[in-house]
Design a protein around this ligand. Structure first.
Ligand code: FE2
Ligand code: FE2
Length: 147
């Protein structure tokens, strides 16, 4: 069952980034299914996948921003780092036996919506420009990180 559906207001206009954000939304929906099934092992499994995938997405974005010379990339990196620490706290709470799934899903939805619409959209014009200049390197990075 879908907890959250992707919609075009979340699109940043770079397909490869949109695809990764969609995958994160899918993870949140998988988390919802595991929660509804009352399956704590599955919650942990999805949570682990979500954290891992999100980390890789962040590394990907950070490389793109750096290559494009985006001036706010350090601040953006810090926001990513704080978010990861926040999710890790939820994982710890889950591991200590608490039921954090619904709280986590709503936090993820709010945080991701804001982050995508504000922080991510902000780097898009510069990253797009640099992607047009250096075609080919994006598929190399995708291959290295996600392959
Ligand atoms: Fe992102
Ligand atoms: Fe980001």
């Amino acid at each position: 069952m879908n907890y959250w559906s992707w919609n075009s207001s979340l699109s940043v206009g770079i397909d490869v980034i949109d695809g990764q954000h969609r995958r994160i939304v899918d993870y949140i929906n998988e988390l919802n299914v595991a929660h509804l099934e009352n399956d704590r092992d599955k919650v942990l499994e999805v949570l682990t996948g979500l954290v891992d995938y999100t980390l890789t997405h962040f590394i990907f974005e950070e490389e793109l921003m750096e290559k494009a010379g985006y001036p706010l990339s350090d601040a953006h990196k810090k926001v990513h780092k704080t978010f990861v620490a926040h999710i890790n706290k939820f994982v710890e709470q889950h591991n200590s036996g608490k039921d954090i799934t619904r709280r986590l899903m709503s936090m993820l939805q709010v945080w991701l919506t804001n982050h995508i619409k504000n922080d991510d959209k902000d780097y898009v014009p510069l990253v797009k420009k640099s992607l047009n200049k250096k075609k080919g390197w994006i598929s190399r990075i995708v291959g290295r990180l996600f392959g």
